[in-house]
Design a protein around this ligand. Structure first.
Ligand code: ZN
Length: 192
């Protein structure tokens, strides 16, 4: 059984999800978007209270609100950061994507990421995560799916009853995965 805790960070209210399997001390951190030291401390205090130590950071995509706290977290927990390589440009120069949000000023990240591809299976936090490449919101957007627990980390690809916007830089409404994202369930047991 997989346990999870969702944190909401930064002015955009981005979800960060911590996941760990029964009896495991290692946990997975998906999209650590903390924009403040308070957010970082909240997350670290949770790990310590639960006796957890992150063993990986999973990024669903490279948008700044999902990666805001990665460097600060790596200072404490130097773990691999997994991301699809098609989002490396967004990660290093998000200003070209978020032209109307310059006040946030956190658009340039120099993070060493480990490339992932559609179909890869990562084992982190005691769980196996299948990578599903879902471009459209960003070129390198992915979902992570735990078949054992029927749990999907969808980032901004899917929301309850809707899909993520595709009009930002690098987005693609007509990409081949759009029908898949709108109409299909790639994950048995998960209604979409
Ligand atoms: Zn996004």
């Amino acid at each position: 059984m997989l346990h999870s805790r969702i944190f909401t960070f930064n002015p955009l209210g981005t979800n960060c999800v911590v996941l760990w399997a029964d009896g495991q001390k290692a946990c997975t951190v998906a999209d650590p978007g903390m924009s403040s030291q308070d957010g970082l401390q909240e997350l670290v205090a949770f790990f310590r209270k639960q006796g957890l130590t992150p063993d990986a950071i999973l990024l669903t995509h490279g948008h700044f609100d999902h990666v805001w706290g990665v460097e600060n977290l790596l200072d404490i927990y130097p773990v691999p950061v997994y991301m699809h390589p098609a989002d490396k440009g967004i990660l290093s120069d998000g200003a070209s994507v978020f032209k109307g949000m310059q006040s946030f000023k956190v658009f340039r990240h120099n993070i060493a990421t480990t490339d992932i591809a559609d179909g890869d299976v990562l084992t982190t936090g005691g769980a196996a995560w299948k990578v599903i490449h879902t471009p459209g919101h960003t070129p390198g957007g992915v979902c992570y799916y735990s078949a054992d627990d029927k749990l999907l980390l969808s980032g901004d690809t899917l929301f309850a009853g809707s899909i993520g916007r595709t009009d930002l830089g690098g987005g693609d409404t007509t990409c081949s995965c759009a029908p898949f994202r709108k109409n299909c369930s790639p994950c048995p047991g998960i209604p979409m």
